[in-house]
Design a protein around this ligand. Structure first.
Ligand code: EPZ
Length: 428
């Protein structure tokens, strides 16, 4: 068990380099299953979700070799199983991408119900609707916690998603790339990681057009080949550091980003009084005045990302007035507000809307991370608060932020990890 300890009230200053996008990597690694050759993937983030993905590949029989901390070589030719066991699948939500890739490659897949951050129901009906449209059989009842899909052969089809879903868009692409004929996904998600996965599949020889728009066309091909590919920078890691710079009245140069992926975040921070300067593959964020209150509504890309909702709410908790935050994507992603209240925030949550009455200052307190982005938000709050903050359950944070403490210390933050004996540890 470990926790983060933060002595707040220090301005963040200096440079930080962003790693590879988690939500690309957790889809691209399962996609390697579809290849008939060895794949080399660069700019892999050093996070626990990735290590779980590698363990799943090894459990399926693939060879996985780290060439350096951010480059992996995967040989899927020795895969001999199509079953992703519970003890691995339950550790993260993205394990469900092995459904699409195993089904697309072998015509059969059995994956335990996924885990992942708990902020309300996280159905996968649209994923299964897509697999069924491609000709797969998906048993109506989930037995023994395992999701199954099988098909003698997959046939291209048109699929209109009832809801804009990142996971369903990617999973249907994975199942369709080798199907016979043409698949059209309509009302598709348009996030940067959707485009990244499509680009990786095309680098292996797939024929996917329209990724990044709401209509994606996939022409099935008989084979996909080994390739080399580098993952895009993480939009949300970058946004998290942008928010931390604003929260502490800092001046931070954030390197290795795609500014276009950050447009909605940059616009919102500028609305709150920050200066955001785009310089090639970098953004510089400065804040030297009060945080202006404003309203935020999360939307699928290119709208304001739900994965930045907790982080931006911390800033609004310290703004010069009343702000409303609406999360249109997840129905219960405000549990962290209870923890912010412990630090002095004034907020009311009613379903998908949180209303913040800004306070001049937060004060340090013992808090916990409810999930990945909520945990990042508590770190931002601790950096801005006066006094000491200790954050429990930091394993959630380390699912999605590589070298988080090291990067923050590099910007002048006073943050460290402290190991705490488990209350159940046997007395020596
Ligand atoms: C991905 O989750 C991300 N996770 C999430 O990021 C992110 O919050 C989410 O997309 C939205 O951008 C990964 O990429 C691993 P969805 P996903 O399918 O794919 C409903 C993080 O912090 N829906 O786009 O699970 C769903 O309930 C994580 O990095 C259905 O109704 O999200 C939600 O309301 C947290 N049926 C909406 O769609 C389905 O079959 C969007 O969900 C699928 C989704």
């Amino acid at each position: 068990m470990s926790r983060y300890r933060i002595e707040g009230g220090r301005r963040l200053q200096g440079e930080v380099t962003i790693g590879g996008a988690k939500n690309s990597a957790v889809a691209i690694i399962p996609a390697v299953v579809l290849s008939d050759g060895v794949c080399r993937i660069e700019n892999i983030p050093n996070i626990s979700d990735i290590f779980v993905s590698f363990e799943i590949l090894k459990a399926l029989g693939a060879q996985v070799r780290m060439l350096d901390p951010s480059t992996v070589e995967i040989d899927p030719r020795t895969i001999c199983s199509h079953v992703v066991p519970h003890e691995l699948a339950r550790n993260m939500r993205a394990s469900y991408y092995f459904l699409g890739s195993l089904l697309g490659k072998f015509g059969v897949a059995r994956v335990s119900m996924p885990g992942g951050c708990n902020f309300g129901l996280r159905p996968i009906d649209q994923h299964l609707k897509g697999f069924t449209a491609l000709g797969a059989t998906v048993p109506p009842m989930i037995e023994n916690g395992m999701i199954e899909a099988s098909a003698t052969h997959l046939i291209g089809n048109s699929i209109y998603l009832d809801v804009v879903s990142v996971g369903a868009t990617i999973n249907i692409m994975l199942a369709a790339v080798k199907a016979r004929g043409i698949t059209i996904i309509e009302n598709a998600a348009k996030e940067p990681h959707i485009v990244d996965v499509a680009n990786f599949l095309n680098a292996m020889g797939a024929d996917i057009r329209g990724a990044g728009t709401d209509v994606i066309k996939i022409c099935g091909v008989p084979h996909l080949y080994g390739t080399s590919y580098s993952i895009i920078p993480d939009q949300i890691e970058a946004g998290t550091f942008m928010a931390a710079a604003v929260a502490t009245g800092g001046d931070v140069l954030i390197k290795n980003v795609v500014p276009k992926h950050l447009e909605s975040i940059s616009a919102k921070l500028q609305e709150m009084g920050a200066t955001v300067e785009e310089i090639d593959d970098m953004v510089r964020v400065r804040m030297d005045g009060p945080i202006r209150h404003c309203n935020v509504k999360t939307m699928p890309h290119p709208g304001f990302p739900t994965d930045m909702q907790p982080q931006i709410s911390v800033l609004l908790a310290m703004a010069d007035g009343t702000s409303a935050v609406t999360d249109t994507v997840w129905e219960n992603r405000f549990r962290y507000v209870d923890e912010l209240r412990r630090m002095g925030a004034q907020a009311q949550v009613n379903g998908k809307v949180a209303v913040f009455e800004g306070v001049p200052m937060l004060t340090g307190a013992p808090v916990k991370a409810y999930d990945l982005r909520a945990g990042a938000a508590m770190v931002i709050a601790g950096l801005a608060a006066q006094g000491r903050t200790e954050i429990d359950d930091v394993h959630y944070i380390e699912r999605g932020y590589e070298y988080f403490i090291e990067k923050l210390r590099g910007l002048g933050a006073e943050i460290c990890r402290v190991d705490i004996p488990s209350p159940y540890a046997k007395r020596a």
